[in-house]
Design a binder for this molecule. Sequence first.
Ligand code: NDP
Length: 293
Amino acid sequence: MTARIIDGKATALSLRQDVAKAVDTLKSGHGITPGLAVVLVGEDPASAVYVRNKHKQTLEAGMNSYEHRLDASTSQDDLLALVRKLNADPAVNGILVQLPLPDQIDSSAVIDTIDPAKDVDGFHVINAGRLATGLPALVPCTPVGCIILAKQVHADLSGLEAVVVGRSNIVGKPVAQLLLNKNCTVTIAHSRTKDLPGVCRRADILIAAVGRPEMVRGDWIKPGATVIDVGINRIPREDGKTRLVGDVAYEEAAEVAGAITPVPGGVGPMTIACLLRSTVEATCRQNGLEPLI
Ligand code: NDP
C-alpha cells in the first residue's frame, strides 16, 4: 500500500483564505479589525523565523500585527508589564508570547498573566480547563491543525482508536483531549509506556509528538491507519547541511499507512493558520459575536 499524502500546505492556505474572508466580514459588517500581538524575547533563530512568518501571514489575512521584540536580558517584571499593557489594549485581540523564554523568566508566570480571552495559544490553565470540560475554549494551535488534517481522511472520527505519542501541555495532552471530544477512544503514550510499538499498532489514527527523529517505524503502524506526524527534527546530511524529518520514519510508514502527513509540509504549516483562526475566534467572542470561523 502507498499512503495518501495529507497536504498540510494546501489545507493551511485554504484555512488562511477562510480567515481572510472572516476578517473582511468583521471589518465591513462590524467595523472591527482583529489585532494579534506577538512578543519575542531574545534572539533564538528558530523563534525569530516563526515570529516573522506569523507577522507576514497576519497582515496577509487583513489583520493588524503588533510585534514586540525585547532584549534577551529583559526581566520577568518588564515582560509581565508588557503583557498587562496588551491585556488592556482594545486594539489587541490575541496575545502570543513566543516560547521558549530566557532562563530568568518563568514561562508559566507569563502564560498565567495573559488574559484568557486573548490567549490565542490556548496555554492558559483556564483555557486548558475549559477544553478538558468541553466548554468553548481557545485551543493550542498545533493540536487543532492535527484534527483538521485527520478530518480530511475521516469526516467522522467517532469510535476510532486514536493513539497519541507524547503528553506535553502544548501538543500531546490537548490533541488527546480534542480526539476524545470527537468521540475517539484515546490512548496517550509517553516515555514510560510499555510495548510502545504494540500500543501504536492499535491506532486507526496515530499522532506522533515526541521530538525524536524517525522513532515511529513502519512496522508500528496498523495497515491503513492515518498517521499525523507533529515532529520537527533537524538532522545532519552527508554534505554537512541539515534536513528536516518528523518523528515517523516516513518512507517505511507510507508503505503501510492509509494516509500520512509529510515533514515538512504537513502539520507545520497548519500551526500559524490555526493561530490566525484563533485570533478571529477571540475577536468574535470579545465582541459578543458567534465565531465566524
Ligand atoms: P516535549 O519534549 O514537550 O514532549 C515530548 C513528549 O514525547 C513527552 O511527553 C515525552 O514523554 C515523549 N517521549 C519522549 N521520548 C519518548 C520515547 N522514547 N517514547 C515515547 N515517548 C517519548 O515536546 P513537544 O510536545 O513540545 O513537541 C513534540 C515534537 O513536536 C517536537 O519535535 C517539536 O519540535 C514538534 N512540534 C511541532 C510543532 C509544529 O508546529 N508542527 C509545534 C510544537 C511542537 P515524557 O512525558 O514521559 O517525558
